[in-house]
Design a protein around this ligand. Structure first.
Ligand SMILES: [Fe+2]
Length: 134
């Protein structure tokens, strides 16, 4: 069974970004499933690889729309993105060096979902909606 189930409390009121966030949720659920089967260490490399790609595409899409419409929280939001990218790179490096990072990656993703998406991302919803983007 999936650990996280999508609901309105995760909605940022922009359909394409909700789609991206659902992908991230699927990734967390996949890692969690693998961990339950004792296969976390086998899955974590693939998860980190997907995350590197994901951050590039998803964060640039959010930032592009923010700058295009003059979102007032842009600088602070981008700083959070940069810090998430830094953490993905740090975890990737540790994994490459043979450090067991499965639990740390899982915890990091849970925080990403509950802090960045549910708190920071949700702040832009009404702003974008007021610009006709939903
Ligand atoms: Fe974001």
């Amino acid at each position: 069974m999936a650990l996280f189930i999508w609901s309105d409390e995760y909605s940022v009121k922009v359909a394409s970004f909700n789609g991206h966030h659902r992908k991230l949720m699927e990734l967390i659920n996949e890692l969690h499933d693998a961990m339950k089967r004792g296969k976390g260490p086998d899955a974590v490399g693939g998860v980190l690889k997907s995350l590197l790609e994901y951050t590039k595409i998803h964060f640039s899409a959010e930032q592009y729309l923010m700058t295009a419409h003059g979102y007032p929280g842009y600088e602070a939001h981008k700083a959070e993105h940069d810090s998430l990218v830094g953490k993905v790179e740090e975890l990737t490096e540790k994994h490459r060096n043979g450090v067991a990072v499965t639990v740390e990656v899982f915890q990091f993703l849970k925080d990403w979902l509950t802090k960045h998406i549910k708190e920071t991302d949700r702040q832009y919803g009404s702003f974008f909606n007021s610009k006709g983007i939903s």
